[in-house]
Design a protein around this ligand. Structure first.
Ligand SMILES: [Zn+2]
Length: 231
């Protein structure tokens, strides 16, 4: 089973792909994770990648394609996250393998902004405690969102270590809006390419992020069942 997952920042796609990975024994291939690891290791690739990131530039298509090609070479079961990000990458992927399905997570920007703005992390750098104070119950264009908060037991203190909770600068509305805009701009041509394709058309599984992750994952699995990809 070979899958791609698309979803805007805050749609929880990292969580869904991790759950699918465990449930169906898939390899999760996230270009973001690979690059972060390589930078940390200080490998040749890592050094190159770091230069682009320092300049605030995207890693060039040729490098990204080469990395993914290497990773999926002998891999029969995977889920791609963060790739393909450009048309060139999508076309290169077409030449490498046959993808079985594209999972697309939908969510209204208003909800994503509210959800991401609600994130709180533990201020202790050694602790990975994370929470969400957003309590979302609303219907937009006929989509009913029920997304309960994930609160600490004690007011604004981490359950694990008792440190105060803070908001990351990246999770503030102005920054989120810009991240969503960039995602829209980048993903639009790629998704249109897949929808337009006539030959070897890849089926889409479209799911709304309108319930907690375990329920969204169930909807994705239902889509995979309908396509006969899982039992
Ligand atoms: Zn903590």
């Amino acid at each position: 089973m070979k899958l791609i997952i698309f979803g805007p920042p805050g749609s929880g796609k990292g969580t869904y792909s991790s759950r699918l990975k465990e449930r169906f024994n898939l390899e999760k291939i996230s270009t973001g994770d690979i690059f972060r690891e390589e930078v940390k290791k200080g490998s040749e690739l890592g050094k190159k990648v770091e230069e682009y990131l320092k300049k605030g530039e995207l890693v060039p298509d040729d490098i990204v394609i080469e990395v993914v090609k290497e990773r999926i070479k002998n891999c029969e079961r995977f889920i791609l996250d963060g790739f393909p990000r450009t048309l060139k990458q999508a076309k290169a992927l077409d030449k490498m393998v046959k993808i079985d399905a594209i999972i697309k997570i939908n969510a209204h920007s208003e909800i994503l902004i509210e959800k991401i703005s609600g994130r709180r992390i533990c201020s202790n750098p050694k602790c990975d405690g994370n929470y969400n104070i957003a309590d979302i119950h609303k219907t937009i264009d006929g989509i009913e969102y029920i997304l309960p908060p994930l609160l600490p037991k004690e007011d604004m203190k981490c359950d694990k270590c008792g440190s105060p909770l803070i908001q990351r600068d990246d999770d503030k509305p102005e920054v989120i809006k810009e991240r969503l805009r960039i995602y829209e701009e980048q993903s639009k041509p790629v998704l249109e390419y897949y929808k337009r394709k006539r030959k070897n058309k890849i089926p889409f599984i479209e799911v709304w992020m309108n319930r907690p992750p375990e329920q969204v994952v169930e909807k994705i699995i239902e889509g995979l069942k309908n396509l006969g990809l899982v039992r």
